[in-house]
Design a protein around this ligand. Sequence first.
Ligand code: HEC
Ligand code: HEC
Ligand code: HEC
Ligand code: HEC
Length: 450
Amino acid sequence: MPQTPALGSVRSLIVVLAWLSGSATAQSEAPTLPQYGGDSHLGVVTCAGSTCHGATRPFQNAAINQNEFVIWQRKDKHARAYKVLLNDQSKRIARNLGLKAAHEAKICLDCHSDNAAEDLRGKRFQLADGVGCEACHGGSKRYLGPHVSGENTRQQNLDVGMYPTETPESRALLCLSCHLGTDDKFATHRIMGAGHPRISFELDTFTELQPAHYKIDEDYRKRKQVFSGVQVWAIGQLIAVEKFLKLLASPKYRGIGPWPELAFYDCHACHHPMSDRRWRPRELTRALGPGVVRLNDANFLILSQIAGRLAPDLGERFKRAVEDLHKATIKDQASVQAAAARLGEVTANLRGILVQHSFSAADMKAMLQVMASEGASGEYNDYGAAEQAVMAMAAIKDVLEQTGSLTGGEKAELTVLMSRLYAVLEDPDKYRPEQLSTVLQTLADRTPRS
Ligand code: HEC
Ligand code: HEC
Ligand code: HEC
Ligand code: HEC
């Protein structure tokens, strides 16, 4: 039946509304983020006793190491997240934004500390502790007592307010709440323009980068479900796409004047020297042509590659929906919203398949092959995409290695190629896409096939 444009836009509006309210997605009930939970946050000192989590060395006979506090305090950047709000860079950001002081501004504290509601802060709670234990594990009011004996099962701990940090989906929601943002807290381009660094995130890589204060051993496996790095990575991509789409459609982040919110766009589409002629057509953005600001589609690109492996038809639909979203950005805001909603629906279909998939060695090798060859032909021209692709390939390589799926020769070769890829990405301001393509071509030629 032919559709009138008006009817078409009413339909789009319905899709947008259904999707924004969550009814069109197969999304499971998301756990409440620690910052917004109903339990009091008692403060890091409460966790730091020497017989609790503050031992200077790992305990031999305990289920957990008990030196979690010391690792966090000495090695984890989260312990310094509040202190950076007092440094010169933060002072400058605050001044440029007209804020009185960064360490008193809600917008900064929301991501740089455990900014729980004021009436839910215990006597020993301090914002100055930065991103402390309870910012990730949940306010401890109800679980503090019962969890000490070690007799509580994981489920019992979760029932009294602990946050499920071990499952990739809930971990992704937690980490991304600060490492991407939410409707309530987001590092806009105005904040970037005032001097905030670019934010990028990949769940598996950042899980590895955060100094581990836990050990996945036999005992851990008895208490908690364990996921492979590739599952963590893939689910991290899915959630990043879902959250990015919601932010993009949010009425709160509509940008300034006629400009959209630039934090959704590829930073280096604008921020690179004019003498550097790097534009080349890419599959997903071909319709835009040169000289156009591009959405940062790094997570979309990676998720399309995952989808292509798990369900080729759906992967194709996903790609076309991403293309349509790009095309919508050169029309108007209503088109962007409608395209984001349609892409949200395809993503919801993919979710059902992806969250329960366990990746075989053949899956991983095939994805590595696709990433390398798409990259060799220029799909990772944008720095953000290149960075996501390299982190993805590293995650896959690690799991292939851990599962004994590579020969000694393959392992040695991949190790050399991965370090060359990291070298190409070292300085975002000096990124040369053609150098990346060259290394990826070698990788594509040599990737072990199953
Ligand atoms: C949406 C969450 C979010 C908001 C809002 C936010 N930040 Fe950040 N900030 C981060 C993350 C995440 C990083 C680390 C980026 C990385 O290294 O990957 C960071 C890094 C920084 C750094 C660099 C730290 C270092 O170790 O070099 C400074 C300085 C900073 N932020 C200051 C601020 C100030 C001031 C504000 C308030 C105007 C603010 N931030 C708001 C999430 C946020
Ligand atoms: C940035 C988020 C974050 C912060 C901050 C954090 N943790 Fe964790 N913690 C995790 C993640 C992720 C895991 C691994 C997944 C899991 O076992 O639930 C974990 C695991 C643990 C475990 C489980 C060990 C096991 O064998 O089951 C303990 C205990 C723990 N953390 C204590 C602490 C304490 C104490 C602090 C503060 C000093 C702290 N954490 C700060 C994210 C965090
Ligand atoms: C409450 C906000 C918040 C949450 C939740 C959070 N982070 Fe962070 N994270 C930050 C901030 C802010 C920084 C920057 C701190 C600094 O540089 O001083 C940071 C820094 C990091 C860094 C260091 C990055 C670098 O450039 O060296 C890693 C790794 C990291 N986070 C991983 C994680 C992981 C994994 C999770 C989820 C388990 C997580 N974070 C959850 C706010 C958060
Ligand atoms: C549409 C183009 C565009 C995009 C996309 C864009 N920016 Fe900008 N950016 C600008 C403009 C214009 C300014 C203002 C430059 C000035 O004042 O000299 C600016 C300023 C900045 C500044 C301050 C520079 C200064 O001179 O103080 C930073 C930092 C920054 N942007 C970071 C980012 C990051 C990070 C991203 C990606 C998340 C990004 N930008 C995306 C156009 C863009």
